[in-house]
Design a binder for this molecule. Structure first.
Ligand SMILES: [Zn+2]
Length: 485
Protein backbone atom coordinates (compact mmCIF):
# COMPACT_ATOMS: atom_id res chain seq x y z
CA UNK A 1 0.00 0.00 0.00
CA UNK A 2 1.35 3.38 -0.91
CA UNK A 3 1.49 6.15 1.64
CA UNK A 4 0.84 9.04 -0.72
CA UNK A 5 1.16 11.68 1.95
CA UNK A 6 4.58 10.52 2.99
CA UNK A 7 5.89 10.18 -0.54
CA UNK A 8 4.62 13.41 -2.01
CA UNK A 9 3.74 15.94 0.63
CA UNK A 10 5.52 14.61 3.69
CA UNK A 11 7.05 16.90 6.23
CA UNK A 12 10.51 15.81 5.12
CA UNK A 13 9.99 17.95 2.02
CA UNK A 14 10.34 20.98 4.26
CA UNK A 15 13.91 19.93 5.00
CA UNK A 16 14.79 21.45 1.67
CA UNK A 17 13.47 24.80 2.86
CA UNK A 18 15.78 25.93 5.67
CA UNK A 19 14.22 29.40 5.74
CA UNK A 20 10.70 28.09 6.31
CA UNK A 21 9.25 29.58 9.44
CA UNK A 22 8.75 27.22 12.38
CA UNK A 23 5.05 28.12 12.63
CA UNK A 24 4.53 26.89 9.05
CA UNK A 25 6.49 23.73 9.74
CA UNK A 26 4.24 23.14 12.75
CA UNK A 27 1.18 23.47 10.48
CA UNK A 28 2.69 20.89 8.15
CA UNK A 29 3.36 18.62 11.10
CA UNK A 30 -0.18 19.03 12.42
CA UNK A 31 -1.57 18.04 9.03
CA UNK A 32 0.83 15.09 8.94
CA UNK A 33 -0.28 13.88 12.38
CA UNK A 34 -3.91 14.37 11.50
CA UNK A 35 -3.49 12.13 8.43
CA UNK A 36 -1.61 9.58 10.57
CA UNK A 37 -4.54 9.42 12.97
CA UNK A 38 -6.76 8.28 10.06
CA UNK A 39 -4.46 5.41 8.99
CA UNK A 40 -4.90 1.71 9.61
CA UNK A 41 -2.21 -0.08 11.64
CA UNK A 42 -0.58 -1.38 8.41
CA UNK A 43 -0.59 2.04 6.79
CA UNK A 44 0.86 3.58 9.93
CA UNK A 45 3.61 0.98 9.95
CA UNK A 46 4.37 1.72 6.31
CA UNK A 47 4.72 5.41 7.08
CA UNK A 48 7.08 4.61 9.96
CA UNK A 49 9.17 2.27 7.81
CA UNK A 50 9.44 4.87 5.03
CA UNK A 51 10.66 7.42 7.54
CA UNK A 52 13.12 4.95 8.98
CA UNK A 53 14.61 4.24 5.56
CA UNK A 54 14.99 7.95 4.89
CA UNK A 55 16.60 8.55 8.30
CA UNK A 56 19.10 5.69 7.87
CA UNK A 57 19.99 6.90 4.38
CA UNK A 58 20.43 10.44 5.67
CA UNK A 59 22.61 9.34 8.60
CA UNK A 60 24.74 7.19 6.32
CA UNK A 61 25.45 10.10 3.99
CA UNK A 62 25.74 12.98 6.43
CA UNK A 63 27.01 11.54 9.72
CA UNK A 64 30.62 10.29 9.55
CA UNK A 65 30.03 8.53 12.86
CA UNK A 66 27.19 6.35 11.53
CA UNK A 67 28.96 5.81 8.19
CA UNK A 68 31.86 4.23 10.10
CA UNK A 69 29.74 2.53 12.76
CA UNK A 70 27.46 0.83 10.24
CA UNK A 71 30.23 -0.09 7.81
CA UNK A 72 29.74 -3.82 8.37
CA UNK A 73 26.09 -3.78 9.40
CA UNK A 74 23.20 -4.95 7.26
CA UNK A 75 21.05 -1.95 6.48
CA UNK A 76 17.95 -3.82 5.37
CA UNK A 77 16.21 -3.84 8.74
CA UNK A 78 16.38 -1.94 12.00
CA UNK A 79 17.29 -4.98 14.13
CA UNK A 80 20.49 -5.50 12.12
CA UNK A 81 21.88 -2.10 13.15
CA UNK A 82 24.02 -2.06 16.31
CA UNK A 83 22.62 -0.02 19.25
CA UNK A 84 24.25 3.26 20.26
CA UNK A 85 24.81 4.69 23.73
CA UNK A 86 24.91 8.22 25.08
CA UNK A 87 28.59 7.79 25.99
CA UNK A 88 29.50 6.85 22.40
CA UNK A 89 27.52 9.68 20.87
CA UNK A 90 28.89 12.31 23.23
CA UNK A 91 32.45 11.09 22.56
CA UNK A 92 31.91 11.35 18.80
CA UNK A 93 29.77 14.48 18.96
CA UNK A 94 31.22 16.32 15.94
CA UNK A 95 31.13 13.25 13.67
CA UNK A 96 27.66 12.27 14.87
CA UNK A 97 26.02 15.58 13.88
CA UNK A 98 24.85 15.93 10.28
CA UNK A 99 25.58 19.66 10.10
CA UNK A 100 29.36 20.12 10.16
CA UNK A 101 28.92 23.52 11.85
CA UNK A 102 27.23 21.91 14.88
CA UNK A 103 30.43 21.02 16.70
CA UNK A 104 30.77 20.40 20.42
CA UNK A 105 32.89 23.53 20.67
CA UNK A 106 30.20 25.65 18.98
CA UNK A 107 27.45 24.13 21.12
CA UNK A 108 29.42 24.71 24.35
CA UNK A 109 30.05 28.32 23.34
CA UNK A 110 26.32 28.76 22.67
CA UNK A 111 25.38 27.21 26.03
CA UNK A 112 27.75 29.54 27.87
CA UNK A 113 25.93 32.59 26.55
CA UNK A 114 23.74 33.88 29.40
CA UNK A 115 20.89 34.81 27.02
CA UNK A 116 20.82 31.59 24.98
CA UNK A 117 17.98 29.75 26.75
CA UNK A 118 15.22 29.16 24.20
CA UNK A 119 17.17 30.90 21.43
CA UNK A 120 18.07 29.28 18.11
CA UNK A 121 21.52 27.75 17.73
CA UNK A 122 22.96 28.43 14.23
CA UNK A 123 19.71 30.21 13.47
CA UNK A 124 17.48 27.11 13.37
CA UNK A 125 18.27 24.51 16.04
CA UNK A 126 17.40 24.00 19.71
CA UNK A 127 19.98 22.73 22.22
CA UNK A 128 18.83 20.70 25.22
CA UNK A 129 20.93 19.30 28.03
CA UNK A 130 20.07 16.42 30.30
CA UNK A 131 21.45 13.77 32.57
CA UNK A 132 18.38 11.57 32.13
CA UNK A 133 17.86 8.39 34.09
CA UNK A 134 21.47 7.29 33.70
CA UNK A 135 22.99 10.28 35.49
CA UNK A 136 25.24 10.87 32.51
CA UNK A 137 25.26 14.30 30.87
CA UNK A 138 23.96 14.60 27.33
CA UNK A 139 23.58 17.42 24.83
CA UNK A 140 20.85 17.04 22.24
CA UNK A 141 20.50 19.38 19.29
CA UNK A 142 17.10 19.33 17.60
CA UNK A 143 16.52 20.61 14.08
CA UNK A 144 13.61 22.85 13.16
CA UNK A 145 11.55 20.06 11.60
CA UNK A 146 11.90 18.03 14.78
CA UNK A 147 10.79 21.01 16.88
CA UNK A 148 7.74 21.44 14.64
CA UNK A 149 6.91 17.74 15.06
CA UNK A 150 7.31 17.91 18.86
CA UNK A 151 5.09 21.02 19.09
CA UNK A 152 2.49 19.43 16.81
CA UNK A 153 2.50 16.10 18.70
CA UNK A 154 1.84 18.01 21.90
CA UNK A 155 -1.00 20.01 20.34
CA UNK A 156 -2.58 17.22 18.31
CA UNK A 157 -2.28 14.28 20.68
CA UNK A 158 -1.71 15.46 24.24
CA UNK A 159 -4.01 18.51 23.93
CA UNK A 160 -6.40 16.78 21.52
CA UNK A 161 -6.38 19.55 18.90
CA UNK A 162 -8.12 18.09 15.89
CA UNK A 163 -7.48 19.61 12.48
CA UNK A 164 -11.10 20.43 11.62
CA UNK A 165 -11.40 22.31 14.90
CA UNK A 166 -8.31 24.42 14.54
CA UNK A 167 -10.24 27.31 15.98
CA UNK A 168 -9.82 25.54 19.32
CA UNK A 169 -6.35 27.11 19.25
CA UNK A 170 -8.01 30.36 20.23
CA UNK A 171 -9.32 28.62 23.34
CA UNK A 172 -5.69 27.95 24.32
CA UNK A 173 -5.09 31.70 24.36
CA UNK A 174 -7.18 31.99 27.52
CA UNK A 175 -5.17 29.34 29.35
CA UNK A 176 -2.47 30.05 31.87
CA UNK A 177 0.11 27.31 32.10
CA UNK A 178 2.68 27.17 34.89
CA UNK A 179 5.70 24.99 34.28
CA UNK A 180 7.18 24.24 37.70
CA UNK A 181 10.57 22.79 36.86
CA UNK A 182 14.25 22.63 37.70
CA UNK A 183 16.00 25.65 36.24
CA UNK A 184 19.62 26.61 35.68
CA UNK A 185 20.24 24.43 32.63
CA UNK A 186 18.97 24.08 29.08
CA UNK A 187 16.48 21.37 29.99
CA UNK A 188 13.95 20.45 27.31
CA UNK A 189 10.88 21.75 29.16
CA UNK A 190 12.20 25.14 30.31
CA UNK A 191 14.01 25.64 27.03
CA UNK A 192 10.85 24.91 25.02
CA UNK A 193 8.84 27.22 27.25
CA UNK A 194 11.37 30.03 26.62
CA UNK A 195 11.40 29.29 22.87
CA UNK A 196 7.61 29.42 22.61
CA UNK A 197 7.41 32.69 24.56
CA UNK A 198 10.08 34.20 22.36
CA UNK A 199 8.55 32.94 19.08
CA UNK A 200 4.91 33.63 19.95
CA UNK A 201 4.80 36.85 22.03
CA UNK A 202 1.07 36.35 22.78
CA UNK A 203 2.13 33.39 24.93
CA UNK A 204 4.35 35.51 27.17
CA UNK A 205 1.57 36.17 29.69
CA UNK A 206 0.02 32.72 29.54
CA UNK A 207 3.06 30.45 29.79
CA UNK A 208 5.28 30.90 32.82
CA UNK A 209 8.24 28.92 34.09
CA UNK A 210 8.44 28.89 37.89
CA UNK A 211 11.64 27.57 39.43
CA UNK A 212 11.45 24.46 41.52
CA UNK A 213 14.77 25.39 43.07
CA UNK A 214 13.32 28.09 45.33
CA UNK A 215 11.96 27.52 48.86
CA UNK A 216 8.48 25.96 48.89
CA UNK A 217 6.82 29.05 50.41
CA UNK A 218 8.15 31.22 47.54
CA UNK A 219 6.99 28.65 44.99
CA UNK A 220 3.51 28.61 46.53
CA UNK A 221 3.39 32.41 46.49
CA UNK A 222 4.41 32.53 42.81
CA UNK A 223 1.68 30.04 41.90
CA UNK A 224 -0.93 31.92 43.93
CA UNK A 225 -0.03 35.11 42.08
CA UNK A 226 -0.07 33.51 38.62
CA UNK A 227 -3.27 31.43 39.14
CA UNK A 228 -2.56 28.82 36.45
CA UNK A 229 -5.34 26.93 34.69
CA UNK A 230 -2.80 24.15 34.00
CA UNK A 231 0.10 23.09 36.17
CA UNK A 232 2.93 21.09 34.57
CA UNK A 233 5.53 19.57 36.86
CA UNK A 234 7.20 16.39 38.16
CA UNK A 235 5.07 13.89 40.11
CA UNK A 236 7.03 14.46 43.35
CA UNK A 237 6.53 18.23 43.06
CA UNK A 238 2.82 17.78 42.26
CA UNK A 239 2.51 15.62 45.36
CA UNK A 240 4.06 18.26 47.62
CA UNK A 241 1.96 21.02 46.00
CA UNK A 242 -1.21 18.93 46.45
CA UNK A 243 -0.45 18.85 50.18
CA UNK A 244 0.06 22.63 50.16
CA UNK A 245 -3.30 23.01 48.41
CA UNK A 246 -4.98 20.77 50.97
CA UNK A 247 -3.42 22.80 53.79
CA UNK A 248 -4.84 25.98 52.24
CA UNK A 249 -1.48 27.69 51.69
CA UNK A 250 -1.67 27.06 47.95
CA UNK A 251 -4.91 28.36 46.49
CA UNK A 252 -5.15 27.67 42.77
CA UNK A 253 -7.87 26.13 40.62
CA UNK A 254 -6.22 24.21 37.81
CA UNK A 255 -8.41 22.28 35.39
CA UNK A 256 -5.68 19.70 34.81
CA UNK A 257 -2.32 18.76 36.30
CA UNK A 258 0.29 17.53 33.81
CA UNK A 259 3.12 15.40 35.11
CA UNK A 260 6.26 13.99 33.55
CA UNK A 261 9.97 13.39 34.08
CA UNK A 262 9.55 10.88 36.90
CA UNK A 263 7.56 7.78 37.73
CA UNK A 264 3.92 8.49 38.53
CA UNK A 265 2.38 5.65 40.53
CA UNK A 266 -1.36 5.01 40.77
CA UNK A 267 -1.30 6.04 44.45
CA UNK A 268 0.54 9.28 43.72
CA UNK A 269 -1.99 10.08 41.01
CA UNK A 270 -4.83 9.52 43.48
CA UNK A 271 -3.30 11.85 46.10
CA UNK A 272 -2.59 14.61 43.55
CA UNK A 273 -6.09 14.40 42.02
CA UNK A 274 -7.70 14.50 45.48
CA UNK A 275 -5.54 17.46 46.50
CA UNK A 276 -6.42 19.61 43.49
CA UNK A 277 -9.84 18.18 42.69
CA UNK A 278 -8.93 17.75 39.03
CA UNK A 279 -7.52 15.20 36.67
CA UNK A 280 -3.83 14.30 36.36
CA UNK A 281 -2.44 13.52 32.91
CA UNK A 282 0.96 12.00 32.48
CA UNK A 283 3.38 12.55 29.63
CA UNK A 284 6.41 10.46 28.75
CA UNK A 285 9.27 12.43 27.30
CA UNK A 286 13.03 12.72 27.17
CA UNK A 287 15.54 15.34 26.10
CA UNK A 288 16.42 13.02 23.23
CA UNK A 289 12.99 13.46 21.65
CA UNK A 290 10.71 15.60 23.79
CA UNK A 291 7.50 13.57 23.82
CA UNK A 292 7.59 9.83 23.20
CA UNK A 293 4.05 9.06 24.25
CA UNK A 294 0.92 10.71 25.56
CA UNK A 295 -1.83 9.70 27.95
CA UNK A 296 -5.25 9.41 26.31
CA UNK A 297 -8.60 10.12 27.95
CA UNK A 298 -8.73 6.48 29.11
CA UNK A 299 -5.53 6.90 31.08
CA UNK A 300 -3.40 4.78 28.75
CA UNK A 301 0.01 5.82 27.45
CA UNK A 302 0.18 5.68 23.64
CA UNK A 303 3.43 5.67 21.67
CA UNK A 304 3.82 8.30 18.91
CA UNK A 305 4.58 5.40 16.59
CA UNK A 306 4.60 7.51 13.43
CA UNK A 307 7.61 9.49 14.70
CA UNK A 308 9.21 7.35 17.43
CA UNK A 309 10.23 3.69 17.47
CA UNK A 310 10.72 2.05 20.87
CA UNK A 311 12.21 -1.44 21.10
CA UNK A 312 11.99 -3.01 24.58
CA UNK A 313 15.11 -5.13 25.08
CA UNK A 314 16.97 -7.14 27.73
CA UNK A 315 20.51 -6.54 29.07
CA UNK A 316 22.00 -8.00 25.88
CA UNK A 317 19.82 -5.85 23.62
CA UNK A 318 17.68 -8.84 22.68
CA UNK A 319 13.95 -8.18 22.14
CA UNK A 320 11.58 -8.60 25.04
CA UNK A 321 8.10 -9.96 24.33
CA UNK A 322 4.99 -7.77 24.70
CA UNK A 323 3.69 -7.92 28.26
CA UNK A 324 7.19 -8.30 29.75
CA UNK A 325 9.14 -5.51 31.44
CA UNK A 326 12.30 -4.63 29.53
CA UNK A 327 15.73 -3.92 31.01
CA UNK A 328 16.13 -0.90 28.75
CA UNK A 329 14.60 0.48 25.58
CA UNK A 330 16.11 1.42 22.22
CA UNK A 331 14.80 4.67 20.78
CA UNK A 332 14.82 5.60 17.11
CA UNK A 333 13.70 9.22 16.69
CA UNK A 334 12.39 9.68 13.15
CA UNK A 335 11.88 13.43 13.53
CA UNK A 336 15.40 14.77 14.06
CA UNK A 337 17.86 14.62 11.16
CA UNK A 338 20.56 16.74 12.78
CA UNK A 339 21.62 14.23 15.44
CA UNK A 340 20.14 10.93 14.26
CA UNK A 341 19.20 8.63 17.12
CA UNK A 342 18.93 5.12 15.72
CA UNK A 343 18.58 2.30 18.27
CA UNK A 344 19.72 4.58 21.08
CA UNK A 345 19.83 3.07 24.58
CA UNK A 346 17.43 5.31 26.50
CA UNK A 347 17.79 3.52 29.85
CA UNK A 348 14.10 3.26 30.78
CA UNK A 349 12.20 0.04 31.41
CA UNK A 350 8.97 -0.29 29.46
CA UNK A 351 6.28 -2.86 28.84
CA UNK A 352 4.38 -2.99 25.56
CA UNK A 353 0.75 -3.94 25.82
CA UNK A 354 -1.05 -6.17 23.34
CA UNK A 355 -4.53 -4.95 24.25
CA UNK A 356 -6.21 -2.26 22.18
CA UNK A 357 -7.29 0.89 24.02
CA UNK A 358 -10.95 1.83 24.39
CA UNK A 359 -10.16 5.32 23.03
CA UNK A 360 -9.92 3.79 19.55
CA UNK A 361 -6.37 4.96 18.79
CA UNK A 362 -4.27 2.52 16.79
CA UNK A 363 -1.10 3.84 18.39
CA UNK A 364 0.47 1.15 20.59
CA UNK A 365 -0.18 1.22 24.35
CA UNK A 366 2.73 0.83 26.75
CA UNK A 367 3.76 1.44 30.35
CA UNK A 368 7.03 2.96 31.49
CA UNK A 369 9.12 2.84 34.64
CA UNK A 370 11.17 6.01 34.59
CA UNK A 371 13.23 7.98 37.04
CA UNK A 372 12.25 7.20 40.59
CA UNK A 373 14.03 9.19 43.28
CA UNK A 374 12.74 9.93 46.77
CA UNK A 375 11.47 13.05 48.46
CA UNK A 376 13.71 13.98 51.37
CA UNK A 377 12.25 15.23 54.66
CA UNK A 378 14.79 17.23 56.61
CA UNK A 379 14.35 19.15 59.85
CA UNK A 380 14.89 22.90 59.80
CA UNK A 381 16.13 25.11 62.65
CA UNK A 382 12.60 25.46 64.06
CA UNK A 383 12.04 21.72 64.24
CA UNK A 384 9.62 21.59 61.29
CA UNK A 385 10.04 19.16 58.43
CA UNK A 386 11.06 20.60 55.05
CA UNK A 387 10.49 18.49 51.98
CA UNK A 388 13.30 18.52 49.46
CA UNK A 389 12.41 17.60 45.89
CA UNK A 390 14.86 15.14 44.37
CA UNK A 391 15.05 16.75 40.94
CA UNK A 392 15.78 20.17 42.44
CA UNK A 393 18.60 18.76 44.57
CA UNK A 394 20.04 16.78 41.66
CA UNK A 395 19.94 19.84 39.41
CA UNK A 396 21.73 21.99 42.02
CA UNK A 397 24.55 19.41 42.19
CA UNK A 398 24.73 18.99 38.42
CA UNK A 399 24.70 22.66 37.54
CA UNK A 400 26.63 24.16 40.46
CA UNK A 401 29.07 21.37 41.36
CA UNK A 402 29.39 19.74 37.92
CA UNK A 403 28.54 16.33 39.42
CA UNK A 404 26.57 13.63 37.64
CA UNK A 405 27.38 10.28 39.29
CA UNK A 406 26.44 10.75 42.93
CA UNK A 407 24.07 9.42 45.54
CA UNK A 408 22.53 11.46 48.35
CA UNK A 409 20.95 9.32 51.05
CA UNK A 410 18.94 10.69 53.96
CA UNK A 411 19.80 8.50 56.93
CA UNK A 412 18.20 10.60 59.71
CA UNK A 413 16.19 13.77 60.30
CA UNK A 414 19.39 15.87 60.22
CA UNK A 415 21.77 13.58 58.42
CA UNK A 416 22.72 12.97 54.80
CA UNK A 417 25.14 10.42 53.47
CA UNK A 418 26.97 11.20 50.24
CA UNK A 419 28.45 8.74 47.77
CA UNK A 420 30.62 10.14 45.00
CA UNK A 421 32.36 8.57 42.04
CA UNK A 422 35.43 10.70 42.68
CA UNK A 423 36.40 11.45 46.33
CA UNK A 424 38.10 14.66 45.14
CA UNK A 425 34.63 16.12 44.60
CA UNK A 426 33.74 15.93 48.30
CA UNK A 427 34.46 19.55 49.11
CA UNK A 428 32.56 21.08 46.20
CA UNK A 429 29.67 18.67 46.76
CA UNK A 430 29.43 19.60 50.43
CA UNK A 431 29.59 23.33 49.65
CA UNK A 432 26.84 23.18 47.03
CA UNK A 433 24.67 20.86 49.10
CA UNK A 434 25.00 23.06 52.20
CA UNK A 435 24.27 26.23 50.23
CA UNK A 436 21.22 24.76 48.49
CA UNK A 437 19.77 23.39 51.73
CA UNK A 438 20.42 26.68 53.54
CA UNK A 439 18.34 28.40 50.86
CA UNK A 440 15.53 26.00 51.81
CA UNK A 441 15.90 26.97 55.50
CA UNK A 442 17.90 23.93 56.61
CA UNK A 443 21.04 24.49 58.68
CA UNK A 444 23.18 22.40 61.01
CA UNK A 445 22.90 19.34 58.82
CA UNK A 446 25.38 16.50 59.29
CA UNK A 447 26.91 15.40 55.98
CA UNK A 448 28.78 12.10 56.00
CA UNK A 449 30.88 10.83 53.13
CA UNK A 450 30.61 7.15 52.34
CA UNK A 451 33.81 5.64 51.01
CA UNK A 452 31.79 3.60 48.52
CA UNK A 453 30.91 4.98 45.10
CA UNK A 454 27.22 5.29 44.10
CA UNK A 455 25.47 1.92 44.10
CA UNK A 456 23.06 0.93 41.35
CA UNK A 457 19.82 -0.89 42.19
CA UNK A 458 20.58 -4.63 42.36
CA UNK A 459 17.53 -5.69 40.33
CA UNK A 460 17.29 -3.03 37.67
CA UNK A 461 20.93 -1.95 37.45
CA UNK A 462 19.71 1.68 37.52
CA UNK A 463 21.19 4.49 39.58
CA UNK A 464 18.81 6.24 41.95
CA UNK A 465 20.55 9.41 43.02
CA UNK A 466 18.38 10.66 45.90
CA UNK A 467 17.21 8.16 48.49
CA UNK A 468 15.21 8.41 51.71
CA UNK A 469 16.49 5.72 54.06
CA UNK A 470 16.12 6.90 57.66
CA UNK A 471 17.72 4.35 59.96
CA UNK A 472 14.69 4.08 62.28
CA UNK A 473 12.00 3.56 59.69
CA UNK A 474 14.10 1.33 57.44
CA UNK A 475 11.59 1.97 54.72
CA UNK A 476 12.70 3.30 51.37
CA UNK A 477 10.22 6.18 51.17
CA UNK A 478 6.92 7.52 52.38
CA UNK A 479 6.04 7.86 48.75
CA UNK A 480 4.24 4.86 47.29
CA UNK A 481 6.48 2.54 45.33
CA UNK A 482 6.39 2.98 41.55
CA UNK A 483 4.06 0.59 39.82
CA UNK A 484 3.59 -0.47 36.26
CA UNK A 485 -0.15 -0.69 36.45
ZN1 LIG B 1 -6.23 5.29 24.53
Amino acid sequence: MSDIWQQTWGLQATNALPGLDLAWRTHWALLDIWTANQLSADELNLRTQNRLQQLVKHALHHSPYYAAYWRHAGLHELASLPPVTKTDLMQHFDDWCCDRRATRKAVDKFLQRPDSLGQAFLGRYAVWTSSGTTGEPGIFVQDDNALAVYDALQLARFRGLDLPSRLALHGFMHERTALVAATGGHFAGVSTSARLRSRYPWMAGSLKTISLMQPLSDLVQALNEFQPTHLATYPTAALVLAEEQQAGRLQINPTEIWTGGEQLSADMRKVIEAGFGCRVRNDYGASEAMSLGYECRHGQLHLHADWMILEPVDKNYQPVAPGEISHTVLLTNLANRLQPLVRYDLGDSIRMSTAACACGSRLPVFQVQGRSDDLLQLRNGRGSVVKILPLALETALEENAGLTRFQIIQTGADCLQVRLQDPQDRQVCEQVLTRYLQEQGITGLKIEHDRHPPQVEPRSGKLRRVLYRPAKARRPTRRPAPDMS
